[in-house]
Design a binder for this molecule. Structure first.
Ligand SMILES: N[C@@H](CCC(=O)N[C@@H](CS)C(=O)NCC(=O)O)C(=O)O
Length: 221
């Protein structure tokens, strides 16, 4: 059965699916669309008008967490825990990770310093919530990859780029989260999950959106 992902180059939710496909060694195609000017077939296939879509033959799946669940049921190795309660807890933290991705986006598009600092405070407060489950060993263990890892790696990639523009972004990481983020970004599946020009695209996209972080950075100017 052919597997195709419908993607937008910078979408972190698509990147989750790419990482899962890489970790499971599933060959797939990626069809990149322009979300600002999507093709007509996209509106018919995507009820929410969002990527990712996973096209399995003629069937369509949407929502990144649902796509991850499907891939995990079909392809080895299993990345969700087999215990139902643990699995549900992992899915809950993946939903939390989706919220964090939206907060990271709000940080990246903040057009002035005051908004940027507000968004950074919010992200800081919420990232601290990860310390307890990591400390309890629920996820973030370097010896075994889980779907929580897959779901969080795109967040850490974007925060690492923002840190290069604004070093104060690094303050949102506790020691535990920093260690977790670094180990995920070192994985070949994370590195191969975006195109080589990702950082340049990221910069030009957010610069165009009026990002204060990009515009004020000594690195990008
Ligand atoms: N909850 C969705 C979020 C997907 C999402 O927000 N995708 C963005 C791109 S990163 C999108 O397609 N936005 C288009 C739009 O909102 O019009 C998921 O997890 O798949």
């Amino acid at each position: 059965m052919s597997i195709k992902l419908v993607s937008f180059h910078l979408c972190p939710f698509v990147q989750r699916a790419v990482i899962a496909l890489q970790e499971k060694g599933v060959s797939h195609e990626i069809d990149y669309i322009d979300l600002a000017d999507p093709p007509t077939w996209f509106a018919q296939c995507s009820p929410l008008g969002k990527v990712p879509l996973l096209l399995i033959g003629d069937d369509v799946l949407f929502e990144s967490s649902v796509i991850l669940d499907y891939l995990d049921e079909i392809y080895q190795p299993r990345l969700h825990p087999s215990d139902p309660l643990l699995r549900a807890q992992h899915k809950a933290w993946i939903a939390f990770g989706s919220d964090l991705l939206m907060q990271q986006h709000a940080l990246a598009v903040a057009e002035d310093e005051a908004t940027f600092r507000d968004k950074l405070d919010l992200l800081d407060k919420n990232l601290r919530r990860l310390d307890l489950p990591i400390g309890q060993g629920l996820f973030g263990k370097s010896e075994s990859l889980s779907m929580v890892d897959v779901a969080f790696a795109p967040l850490f990639l974007r925060l690492s780029i923002l840190m290069a523009y604004r070093p104060e972004v690094a303050s949102v990481y506790s020691a535990q989260v920093k260690g977790w983020a670094e180990s995920l970004l070192a994985r070949s599946s994370s590195q191969a999950s975006v195109l080589p020009d990702f950082e340049a695209r990221f910069e030009s996209f957010f610069r165009e959106k009026g990002s204060w972080a990009v515009a004020s950075s000594a690195v990008s100017n």
